[in-house]
Ligand binder design. Structure first.
Ligand SMILES: [Fe+2]
Length: 154
């Protein structure tokens, strides 16, 4: 059995196809990030300059692979989409990104994530998938999308 199937915590027959694919993506992301770490350490310790460049090239390839898998996840999970839009490609301090994106209402206001997910139709008929908030991302106005609009206008 492939590694991506071995880490299941429940019987595969109990899981939707989407949840099994999300598991495959999460395992792949873990593997890509682990490879980035390994290549970076090997390159830094390597005494041969040419081999170091090969190892750094490979590390950069693994970063690309990880980014591709992360984007696949973002396109299928509304919570990934929401948080990546909040925290990625911003210039504000990371710990202030949420407040900047929500206008400071997130900390004191009600948790709107659950309400938004309850409104969103689940992709799979599985109640498990719905409970796991595996729904397609909603297009909304976030700091990330606003910055993207700025870049497209400029
Ligand atoms: Fe890779």
């Amino acid at each position: 059995m492939a590694d991506s199937s071995q880490g299941l915590h429940e019987e595969a027959s109990e899981l939707s196809a989407l949840t099994r694919d999300v598991h495959r993506a999460l395992v792949s992301l873990q593997e890509e990030l682990e490879a980035v770490d390994w290549y970076r350490q090997r390159a830094e310790a390597c005494r041969d300059g040419e081999l170091r460049e090969v190892l750094l090239h490979n590390m950069r390839e693994e970063i690309e692979h990880g980014a591709m898998v992360l984007e696949w996840l973002r396109r299928r999970d509304a919570t990934f989409d929401e948080h990546l839009r909040t925290y990625l490609f911003t210039d504000v301090p990371i710990t202030e990104a949420e407040e900047a994106a929500t206008g400071g209402t997130e900390e004191t206001g009600p948790d709107t994530t659950a309400a938004k997910q309850a409104e969103a139709p689940p992709v799979a008929a599985s109640p498990v998938a719905a409970a796991a908030s595996v729904t397609p991302p909603q297009q909304g106005l976030t700091l990330g999308s606003l910055k993207q609009q700025d870049r497209e206008v400029a």
